[in-house]
Design a protein around this ligand. Structure first.
Ligand code: NAD
Ligand code: IPM
Ligand code: MN
Length: 401
């Protein structure tokens, strides 16, 4: 009799493959923590506050990686409105090429009033960010909603409802649904009125692969997933819910799975956010719910994100695009007051997921927490306290690395 009779191995072939891949990735991640490592990534600051927060995020990244002997090798390229201004195109070919040659993209944000008069299809958001997500099949968007206990004053929720802060995460499908479904058209009818059409479409394959990301995320946390849909109205949601039920039953029966309609989810988030652990949803619902999550967690200026896809980089780790969940904040741009934390924390996610440096990523996260706990706040999270500018916030973080 062998010590491990095969009967105890009830997992199927796909799971064996997935586990092997995960173990391989972890092994690779740690084996790559060497003194001569080079991190090659594209830096796409974008528009309005994009370059302001990117500049200081790079300072933090340098300060965090230098002591470990890690070298940053990045190329800065215009994207969005900056791409239009420099090359007549929101996603210039030269920028795309730099992204293709890199192991990850650190992205700021794009768009704003300066380019809003252009035809919609040429505007920065639709002509740069969405094509980039599609070009690299970045189907999994991870947005952590984290509010420190010390920052509960910055949340619009009453402190009694979130005495310990908030710790949830949104897994948003990013390359399907109504954002990309075809046809997508506007036509003029015979009577002169116009008719516009967007198409919401999902396949089981698309739903299953993002369900797997939600499951993996839940396993590293509270083992609980709430899948959000609108299955009382939408065909795509009926398919979404059934596919998720089947997928979890078959592959992750130990995870506590629940379902919620999106209107209720929006309400429940505002009522008691910590009832959730992993919120898991389709593209447009995730866009909306993640902004709500950001504000109950203090500010959009605190919310980072990682968009991962099917492609592996030269480190054998996921190629990813890392960006703040928020936008270009034209209302505060040029004043040096934007909160750089979302950009800095996005850089930390890049270190962890695309470069296998979870320890340095955590060092940055802890420095951000410490700076905020010590009372260093930009205006969006100050609420009555003294506030500092973008650079001073980043300097306070560097000082605590
Ligand atoms: P926004 O996220 O830019 O701003 C919403 C509010 O949050 C504003 O009051 C802004 O000042 C505040 N805010 C956002 N980030 C902040 C930060 N780092 N520090 C302090 N305050 C911050 O949303 P919007 O005003 O609807 O959009 C502005 C432009 O950004 C639009 O063109 C939009 O399409 C674009 N956008 C781009 C991205 C992206 O590139 N990923 C994401 C969202 C919006
Ligand atoms: C986000 C943004 C984008 C989206 C826009 C700018 C296209 O709002 O990343 O959340 O809707 O995905
Ligand atoms: Mn959004």
């Amino acid at each position: 009799m062998t010590a491990y009779p095969s009967a105890t191995f009830w997992i199927n072939e796909v799971e064996v493959e997935m586990i092997a891949l995960a173990v391989f990735s972890i092994f690779k991640a740690y084996s790559q923590q060497s003194m001569s490592k080079i991190l090659k990534f594209a830096v796409l600051p974008g528009d309005y506050i994009g370059p302001e927060v990117m500049e200081v995020a790079l300072d933090v990244l340098k300060a965090a990686t230098e002591p470990a002997g890690i070298k940053l090798e990045y190329e800065v390229a215009p994207v969005g409105g900056a791409g239009i201004d420099a090359h007549g195109k929101a996603l210039p070919d030269s920028t795309l090429k730099i992204c293709e040659d890199a192991d990850a993209i650190l992205f700021g944000s794009v768009g704003g009033p300066k380019w809003e008069k252009l035809p919609p299809k040429e505007q920065p958001e639709r002509a740069a960010l969405l094509p980039l997500r599609k070009a690299f099949s970045l189907f999994a968007n991870i947005r952590p909603g984290f509010l420190l206990k010390e920052l509960t004053d910055a949340s619009p929720l009453k402190t009694e409802r979130i005495p310990e802060g908030i710790d949830i995460v949104c897994i948003r499908e990013l390359t399907g649904g109504i954002y990309f479904g075809q046809p997508k058209t506007t036509e003029t009818l015979e009577n002169g009125s116009k008719r516009a059409l967007d198409t919401m479409v999902y396949t089981t394959d698309e739903i299953e692969r993002i369900a797997e990301v939600a499951a993996i995320t839940a396993k590293g946390r509270g083992n609980k997933v709430c899948s959000v849909d609108k299955a009382n109205v939408l065909e795509t949601s009926v398919l979404w819910r059934q596919t998720v039920i089947d997928y979890f039953q078959k592959n992750h029966p130990e995870i506590e799975l629940s379902h919620m309609y999106v209107d209720n989810a929006a309400m429940q988030l505002a009522r008691d956010p910590n009832q959730f652990d992993v919120l898991f949803t389709e593209n447009m619902f995730g866009d909306i719910l993640s902004d709500e999550m950001a504000v109950i967690c203090g500010s959009l200026g605190m919310m980072s994100s990682a968009s991962l896809g099917t492609k592996q980089n030269t480190h054998g780790l996921p190629y990813g695009l890392y960006e703040p969940a928020g936008g270009t904040a034209p209302d505060i741009a040029g004043k040096g007051i934007a909160n750089p934390c979302a950009q800095i924390l996005s850089a930390a996610m890049m270190l962890e997921y695309s470069f296998g440096e979870p320890e340095i990523a955590n060092k940055i996260r802890n420095a951000v927490k410490q700076a905020v706990q010590d009372g260093t706040r930009t205006g969006d999270i100050a609420f009555g306290m003294d506030s500092v500018g973008t650079k001073a916030m980043a300097d306070a973080i560097v000082a605590r690395l």
